[in-house]
Design a protein around this ligand. Structure first.
Ligand SMILES: [Cu+2]
Length: 487
């Protein structure tokens, strides 16, 4: 990578950062919690591999995790006590997934970022798995290498279930990305960095006690479920697959020594060109893959990852072999689809705060299709945040069933790391973000604010991606049916 600009600002509008919110819970330095090795979730092992067919079981379950000194915390996870095992998928492979619910309440398994058919395989609220029950889905993965995640999506309990621990990284690989000089030895030089914040009451979670309608926050920062985690660096370069897995919090990341890092991928995969930063902000559900080159550090050095002025994890530098690999200036080609001529711009409006949040002036109705878009069409969407209460707030806008391209922010160029595929985009107060949206699979999909409490309140809508040559009908559950199987 030839010398290029190093960006050192967060781009988003500072007056609408979450810390200006009346209910903002500042993170605190967790001096009462000793450092410990960073939790690296194990990679999920397939039940069976049969040629191009791979079989997985994903179980939502309860467990206990040593988070704070003293009593263990009751937590939820996918095939694990907390968060989940990392699910590694490869482009072109046909997956058969057995979803099991060992919790005592209904949940769903949403593949955030995967272009799979909705509303069932996608795992939104129309695909409940009841307590003690299971569901089988299958899909052929046909999108490029990227970092996605699974999380629950049952209305209106998504935020609480994520708070309790349900979230797992999904790593998609493909042959094109495999040729790039990126670290990819999982757990060694390629690790998930799942950012969350929590409070504990006598070492236990209490979502109700901490609930905030504008997004629940906690005073402890966790990475992969670890407070004050330490990662032992054994290679010169480390790839971090950063996911904002918080209900509400924005993360404003930087290193304590303002060490620079290079973003190589956004939500939907590899960026067309690497982008160098000293600061990076992620709104809820956004992902960024970055490479940190510790070549200027020596064994024994410690580099601390911060958000604002709070340390969140440490990188302890060990012995490493020199790595002189150089990133190419061009990483991939984004095949931007041509906008289909003659179609109006779709305008969608996120408004309000607290119990006043609305999408297009309405609250979510599981049995209402709010929009339709033909599969294969590429349509311009203007995503508007009209919020002006108390200075406003950023609403992260997420669409299921597709990856979109960010074209502009209030008519100006998107941020330098927004030139790749995205499924979630932070929209500043008073801003219009223009995106190009194409669905490739028919189905009913959600689009919504990814502040999970806003989503649960109803800042969400549904779109049917339809095939004009093939009529599909959908049984859309009511929220009551979703929550009560007998009805
Ligand atoms: Cu919102």
């Amino acid at each position: 990578m030839t010398d290029s600009k190093v960006y050192n600002d967060y781009f988003f509008d500072e007056p609408v950062f979450d810390l200006h919110d009346g209910g903002y819970v500042p993170l605190e330095k967790a001096d009462d919690v000793p450092d410990k090795p960073l939790n690296i979730p194990a990679a999920l092992k397939p039940d069976k591999v049969d040629g191009n067919d791979v079989y997985y079981t994903i179980t939502a379950q309860e467990g206990e995790t040593q988070i704070l000194p003293g009593a263990k915390t009751k937590t939820w996870g996918y095939n694990a006590a907390l968060l989940g095992t990392t699910i590694v998928l490869k482009k072109g492979v046909h997956y058969h997934v057995h979803l099991v619910n060992k919790l005592t309440e209904v949940t769903t398994f949403h593949w955030h970022g995967l272009n799979v058919t909705g509303p069932i395989v996608d795992g939104g609220p129309h695909a409940p798995v009841y307590p003690g029950g299971s569901r089988d889905i299958d899909f052929t993965l046909d999108q490029p290498a990227q970092t996605d995640w699974i999380h629950p999506h049952p209305c209106p309990n998504t935020a609480r279930q994520v708070w309790n621990g349900l979230a797992a990284a999904v790593v998609v690989t493909d042959d094109e990305e495999a040729k790039l000089p990126f670290p990819r030895n999982y757990g060694v030089d390629d690790i998930p960095v799942i950012l969350q914040d929590r409070n504990y009451h006598d070492n236990q979670l209490d979502y109700k006690a901490d609930y905030d309608m504008d997004g629940t926050e906690g005073k402890y920062a966790l990475v992969n479920g670890t407070i004050n985690g330490v990662f032992d660096v054994t290679t010169q370069k480390v790839r971090l697959r950063i996911l904002n897995g918080s209900d509400r919090r924005e993360w404003r990341l930087h290193f304590d020594d303002e060490h620079e890092f290079t973003q190589i991928a956004s939500d939907g995969g590899t960026l067309p060109a690497p982008v160098k930063f000293t600061k990076l902000m992620l709104t809820c559900a956004e992902r960024a893959e970055v490479i940190v080159d510790f070549g200027d550090k020596k064994p024994g050095d410690v580099v601390t990852l911060m958000t604002d002025n709070i340390p969140i994890m440490k990188f302890k530098i060990g012995e490493y072999a020199a790595d002189n690999s150089v990133l190419p200036d061009k990483l991939t080609t984004i095949d931007a689809p041509e906008v289909t001529p003659g179609l109006p711009v779709t305008r969608t409006v996120m408004s309000g705060m607290d119990d006043q949040v609305r999408l297009d002036g309405k609250l979510f109705d599981m049995q209402r299709i709010d929009r339709k878009q033909k599969i294969g069409d590429t349509v311009l969407w203007d995503v508007v945040n009209t919020n002006d209460m108390d200075g406003g707030m950023i609403h992260p806008f997420h669409m299921h069933g597709c990856q979109f391209l960010v074209l502009s922010r209030n008519g100006k160029a998107p941020y330098p790391n927004e030139h790749g595929w995205k499924d979630t985009v932070g929209v500043n107060a008073g801003e219009t973000v223009r995106i190009a949206v194409q669905f490739t699979k028919f189905g009913v999909y959600m689009y919504h604010c990814h502040i999970l409490e806003h989503e649960d309140t109803g800042m969400m809508a549904q779109i049917e991606a339809y095939d004009p040559n093939e009529k599909h009908t959908y049984h859309l559950l009511s929220m009551d049916e979703m929550n009560h199987p007998s009805k």
